[in-house]
Design a binder for this molecule. Structure first.
Ligand code: TXA
Ligand code: MG
Length: 322
């Protein structure tokens, strides 16, 4: 059975959440990016529950969430000097760092890799729960594997009711896209997943940072470095198509009409990159709920947050651009 608490109404839940985590249970909590499905990242049996609840492939490693820097030294080795600069600039916040792991980190968390992903979230509730548990908390996005990440408590309830021990409803999240995943175990540092912290922001502190080449140009051709990037992802039930930026509004009207004539119920979305960042996953879920079977989304420029938006959008569309 899944307990469900509202963050503001039910005040005792913070310590109850921490107790459940310490005892090897699973708790969904809000972070500033998306909701996370947490378990004790040092307890193999607890982490296994995450994979089962999500239906997540075992070769896709998890992020360990920490609330205090003390944990970093206990989890990783060979930390390059740039790490401190980036921590000072972006932690707590939506930046995940990949570093060489200590043996102390269970294999199930890293899917057997010799690196581990670490992030210090800024959401006050996430931080308070992690601090109260005093553990590194393994937490992927709290969606069923392959579905859009949850940005509202309703999304979590739809996917995770009956699959986890506790859900904490903290309202809508702040960013709506996942953290940026930056690999510091290689030189130069490599962005494996663009996210809420942009390439431009990172470059200001780490001028050598590079984008993994599989990210935009040669989608699908190079083997993705972040193991999670190779699966169909972020996808609603409806077929998603990216509408090329070059189309005129007449051309777009004709496209919509041709889908409609074939009997499809079409949802067309044309929003700024900033708005899509916050709303894309939620728009996907509401289009499904409203019975649309085709979703057309106008592309956005790939600078700033647009890079992360286009990455999620193209994956959801399985790279179908019209
Ligand atoms: O914003 C976020 O990062 C959210 C919130 C809950 O913190 N979490 C999240 O976790 O998005 P998840 O599991 O959905 O995505 C983690 C990504 C995956 O693409 C995974 O393959 C990658 O990080 N990853 C984890 N460990 C890695 C490692 N050692 N090397 C390379 N990629 C790794
Ligand atoms: Mg995810």
């Amino acid at each position: 059975m899944t307990l469900c608490y509202h963050a503001e109404r039910d005040r005792a839940n913070l310590h109850e959440a921490a107790d459940i985590l310490k005892q090897g249970g699973t708790v969904v909590f809000p972070t500033e990016t998306v909701y996370g499905l947490g378990a004790n990242g040092l307890d193999e049996a607890a982490v296994r529950k995450i994979f089962i609840a999500k239906g997540r492939p075992a070769d896709n490693p998890l992020i360990l969430h920490i609330a205090s820097l003390d944990w970093l030294d206990r989890l990783v080795v060979d930390v390059p000097p740039i790490t401190q600069t980036l921590i000072d600039a972006f932690w707590p916040g939506p930046l995940t760092l990949i570093l060489r792991r200590r043996d102390f980190v269970p294999d199930i968390v890293t899917a057997g890799l010799d690196t581990v992903a670490i992030r210090m979230p800024s959401h006050p509730l996430a931080r308070a729960i992690i601090a109260a548990a005093d553990l590194p908390i393994a937490a992927p996005s709290a969606n069923l594997s392959g579905k859009p990440s949850p940005t509202k408590a309703d999304h979590v309830i739809a996917d995770m009711m009956g699959r986890v021990d506790l859900i904490i409803d903290g309202g809508d999240v702040e960013h709506g896209l996942e953290s940026t995943v930056l690999d510091l175990s290689v030189e130069p540092p490599l962005i494996l997943r663009p996210g809420a912290i942009t390439y431009e922001q990172l470059r200001a502190f780490c001028p050598t940072v590079q984008l993994d080449k599989s990210l935009l140009v040669s989608f699908g051709k190079d083997k993705p470095r972040a193991p999670g990037m190779k699966y169909r992802h972020y996808a609603p039930r409806a077929a998603v198509f990216v509408v090329d930026l070059a189309h005129s509004s007449q051309e777009i009207d004709a496209l919509i009409q041709s889908f409609t004539e074939k009997g499809h119920k079409v949802r067309y979305i044309d929003e700024s990159a900033e708005r899509l960042a916050g709303q894309l996953f939620s728009l996907f879920r509401s289009a499904d709920a409203d019975g649309y079977d085709v979703i057309l989304v106008k592309a956005v420029p790939t600078d700033q947050i647009g890079l992360a938006v286009m990455n999620r959008l193209l994956k959801a569309a399985e790279y179908k651009i019209i």
